[in-house]
Design a protein around this ligand. Structure first.
Ligand SMILES: NC(=O)C1=CN([C@@H]2O[C@H](COP(=O)(O)OP(=O)(O)OC[C@H]3O[C@@H](n4cnc5c(N)ncnc54)[C@H](OP(=O)(O)O)[C@@H]3O)[C@@H](O)[C@H]2O)[C@@H](O)CC1
Ligand SMILES: Nc1ncnc2c1ncn2[C@@H]1O[C@H](COP(=O)(O)OP(=O)(O)O)[C@@H](O)[C@H]1O
Ligand SMILES: [K+]
Length: 526
């Protein structure tokens, strides 16, 4: 999924609007269809909506006449989409109420809604807000058409009051309505994924023309629910670089190196691993497991005799000692204060830099980095490690700062280091110099377990080893491959978990099946 900024979407709409294309009618028609789907899916027996998360009040399955919909309407074209959709729905027998939260609603839309018999209400003060909340709570679907790509800053005035009150009421309701956002959940940072004020959490977002970055980026992405793009023929976007990207399973199948009859182990890629120590021997096992399970040509491991023995007890195919490699993983399970291991990392890093091969720099390697890294070096910090990296560079950032504005922190780290940076979290973000931000949300919260990051380092290292030549030729590929590794790692975690707890090794063990399903097209997205 490729997401474009508000400015890019506006530029792409211009020629179509100038030529008289009925974009708002198309947008409103698609919105009304989505609302009808939600009404039809809202069976009390199953107790969930099509969006899958909330119980809804009873409606007879398959029928929309008699259902209730409440549309929250702002003063711009986003409200216009909502008003025309209300008119369409009323024409199908849906009981529609519109709540105006701005003083200048779209004139054509308002006239159409009035003609269709839609009830019009005003949420201009506290009483209006109370009435609106009651209308919304007795509805099967609430449509959020307050602001779209024209929003500036946090919601203010009656919009802020209504969204706050309704959000609380929806959270407390035994049978809350399904929330459908138009274009974006109103109040999110459309371009940066910020949540600067109140936002009504949606079950589904119907977005117009193309996805917007805030629908993919945390924290705002968490308010969007299932995202559906309505094609409006914005052909000009095809020539534009997207701002944010989410890879799908099919993308990963295209990126993953698959051996042919001409290959042998060395052409498939050899990965060198400097991970684990006397204090953290498990990190060596987990990192090499992640790599071996990806089907890399060979893994070479550098570490002490007892840790090497632990690695080989789990994976006898791992070869001990130095030799030629196509990529490195440096740092998991290494304390930078452990002089001997820190020296192993630093020495190997210098070798890797001279050889020009891609590398994954994780955990203990991060504080040891010099300035001016190549883009084919991929740093894999979590939020705490990224905060430390920025602070060491003079930016004074806390973990909370990184979590509150992760994209800005990520971009800053890329700028400071020159490297590609993968920021681990519930949504894993990746960017390199000049690349879009990749945002992957493929995992399960059960993946937040010790050692899971070591497995990811191994998976990414294996992928970089397999595509080493391509990455060196085109360093921007490193970010895309890092996003692909995050997808595989996250889906493997989901497969291993199936709703229950997992240990880090379970994730590594689930990688072959996950890759098989992705490569044979048996794993669907979503
Ligand atoms: N172009 C087209 O034909 C098509 C456009 N389409 C649709 O149009 C949408 C873009 O419409 P848009 O440009 O009119 O802006 P929009 O998002 O409605 O917001 C402006 C309104 O919000 C208000 N407002 C702003 N900030 C606010 C805040 N913080 N808190 C509260 N209010 C705030 C602002 O108020 P003002 O600042 O003027 O007081 C103004 O009233 C787009 O997202 C898509 O849905 C589709 O139909 C396809 C065809
Ligand atoms: N809430 C969450 N939901 C899904 N995945 C998560 C969540 N929190 C963390 N993760 C993932 O779990 C892994 C944890 O890695 P990391 O923090 O490096 O742990 P460790 O250092 O113990 O290996 C990362 O891949 C991260 O993206
Ligand atoms: K909206």
């Amino acid at each position: 999924m490729r997401a474009y900024s508000a400015a890019q979407v506006r530029r792409a709409e211009e020629p179509l609007l100038a030529a008289g294309a009925p974009l708002m009618q198309e947008a409103a028609g698609a919105l009304a269809r989505a609302v009808r789907e939600e009404i039809r899916a809202g069976t009390p027996e199953r107790g969930t909506s099509a969006a899958g998360s909330r119980p809804t009040a009873p409606v007879t399955r398959g029928r929309v006449a008699g259902a209730r919909v409440c549309v929250l309407v702002g003063s711009g074209n986003n409200g216009g989409d909502g008003l025309f959709a209300a008119a369409f729905l009323a024409g199908r027998g849906v009981a529609c109420d519109v709540v105006l939260v701005g003083t200048h609603p779209h004139a054509g839309g308002l006239a159409a809604a009035r003609r269709a018999g839609v009830g019009i209400h005003l949420a201009g003060d506290d009483d209006g807000v109370s009435v609106a909340v009651r209308l919304a709570l007795r509805s099967h679907v609430v449509v959020d058409a307050i602001t779209g790509i024209g929003a500036r800053g946090p919601l203010r005035g009656p919009a802020a009051g209504l969204v706050t009150a309704l959000g609380d009421a929806v959270d407390a309701a035994p049978a809350p309505p399904v929330v459908v956002a138009v274009d974006v959940p109103s109040g999110i940072g459309v371009d940066d994924g910020a949540v600067p004020g109140p936002v009504l959490v949606a079950d589904r977002t119907v977005t117009m023309g193309a996805a917007k970055p805030g629908l993919l980026l945390p924290p705002a992405a968490g308010a969007a629910g299932r995202v559906e793009v309505v094609e409006l023929g914005l052909d000009a976007l095809a020539a534009e670089p997207p701002d944010a990207v989410r890879l799908t399973g099919a993308d990963v199948a295209d990126l993953w190196p698959v051996p042919t009859a001409d290959d042998h182990k060395y052409t498939r890629g050899v990965l060198g691993v400097v991970a684990g120590s006397g204090a953290y021997p498990g990190a060596a096992v987990l990192t090499t497991s992640g790599a071996v399970r990806c089907g890399v040509g060979m893994v070479r491991y550098l570490g002490s005799t007892p840790v090497t023995a632990a690695v080989q007890a789990r994976h006898p195919e791992v070869v001990a000692g130095r030799g030629r490699v196509q990529a490195w993983v440096l740092g998991p399970g290494i304390d930078p204060a452990d002089g001997a291991r820190a020296e192993d990392v630093e020495r190997t890093f210098e070798d890797a830099l001279r050889a020009g091969v891609p590398m994954v720099l994780d955990a203990g390697a991060l504080p040891l980095l010099p300035d001016g890294l190549p883009a084919h070096a991929v740093l894999t910090p979590h939020a705490g490690e990224l905060a430390r990296l920025l602070t060491d560079a003079g930016d004074d950032a806390s973990r909370a700062d990184v979590e509150g504005a992760p994209v800005a922190a990520l971009r800053r780290a890329v700028e400071i280091t020159g490297a590609t940076v993968l920021l681990k979290g519930a949504t894993t973000l990746v960017a390199g110099p000049g690349t879009p931000v990749y945002a992957q949300a493929d995992a399960t919260p059960w993946l937040a377990t010790a050692g899971a990051g070591d497995v990811l380092a191994g998976v990414l290292g294996a992928l970089l080893a397999g595509r080493s030549g391509d990455v060196v030729e085109r360093p921007a590929l490193a970010a895309e491959l890092a996003a692909a590794a995050a997808l595989v790692h996250g889906r493997a975690a989901r497969a291993a978990s199936a709703g229950g707890p997992i240990a880090a090794l379970d994730v590594a063990d689930a990688v072959p099946g996950t890759l098989r399903d992705l490569l044979t097209g048996e794993m669907m997205d979503g």
